[in-house]
Design a protein. Sequence first.
Length: 461
Amino acid sequence: MYILDKEATKPLYIQLYDAMKEEILNSLSVGAKLPSVRKVATEYTISKNTVELAYKQLYAEGYIESIPKSGYFVADTFREYGTPTLTTPLNISETKPLIRYDFFPARLTHDAFPLKLWQRLLIKAMKESLDFGAYGDIQGEQGLRAEIAQYLITSRGVTCDAAQIVVCGGFTDSMNRLAALFKEHFQRIAIEYPGYPATGKVFEDYGYDIVPIDVDHNGLNINQLEATKAKLVYITPSHQYPTGITMPIHNRMKLLDWAKRVQGVIIEDDYDSELRYQNRPIPSLQGLDHDENVVYVGTFSKSLSPALRVSYIVLPHRYLNAYTKVCQMRHQHCPVSLCTQKTLELFIKGGHWERHLRKIRTLNRKKHDLMKERLKSTLGPMIEIISEGGGLAILIRPTLTIDLQILKANALKQGIKLYCASDLYGETWEAIRMGFGGLSEKEIEEAIELLQTIWLKTLKA
């Protein structure tokens, strides 16, 4: 029996949502069927729209799942996401400061991973007929590649099939494979600046000349790109790293036209496209390409787990044979274990990936909004927010003179670890990268309150 107060200021659907969520968390078992919308509306004398709104909210947050023609049921994944708690590392050397609040800009809390579900799926995968006596497919298991392709088609607007998917062992492995593939075709690669430093390092190791291209309010400066001899370019158009800029459609079409004219290749890194909090994920650049000049790169590290080391490439058909030859010459196989590939295949195929994404988006949207609000209320006019609304970090920049390296050192003494962009780019581009993905909401509030005190003391020093 739910207690609903029709005279209260809180909307009825929120009251119903709260009551049902409490029952799910404390009383109902996984798989329990919930009463129909009509039954709840009749029993509590409320409109069906009110009940539907409550159910939609529960569904969006991953507490329930909908089975066509059967109704709503308690989901089997929500229990795996507890409230993140602060853990103190053991055996810390006395010479190292104790880190209480780590603002690392690219991680999730340890309990964000659906461990119990993954264990069940791993056991199920191991019961299948897996061939551990042979090397697997060079591009990865066919079943996983099919699931990734279908997800990219429906969710990211990528034009692809399973034959184009290459399963890789994380971002660096993806870049290594592309650098080896294109070495005979290109001598130099253009890369956004500021951009992701690891990309340049990988291609530099393969002997490429690195051509930095400025980033402006439209993303990569294409006029500057056209003035170079580069015909291979690496970009992050949907959420530029690290500025957060989204490349508008006119610039995307201009870049595609450039690739067509110079017979070039665009490497599109869509590293955290699923984590958008203020609008729908931006469709891929690859989906606009009709000439097979875009190589699409994605990863499961930002939304599922960096520890799994699973990424993927979507290669244009015309490069598939060349990729196979390069792998054969280098005796290179898919680096992701057969167990992990089959478990991930079941995870996606069973709809768990989509439900997990809804859950992760909801959890991190709350953290994002809380951090943004707390930064504004505590540091106010002393900072400007230069990137927010997606990913796992908010980027801020001081509006007054303060030595960020001193601030960083002072914060570390108090157990706060800060990350400055100058650590990667020197003095040419500066910002503080405030990661929220690895902190609980309580930790975010505590950490920013403490940071405010440290900030003010640093200013007065």
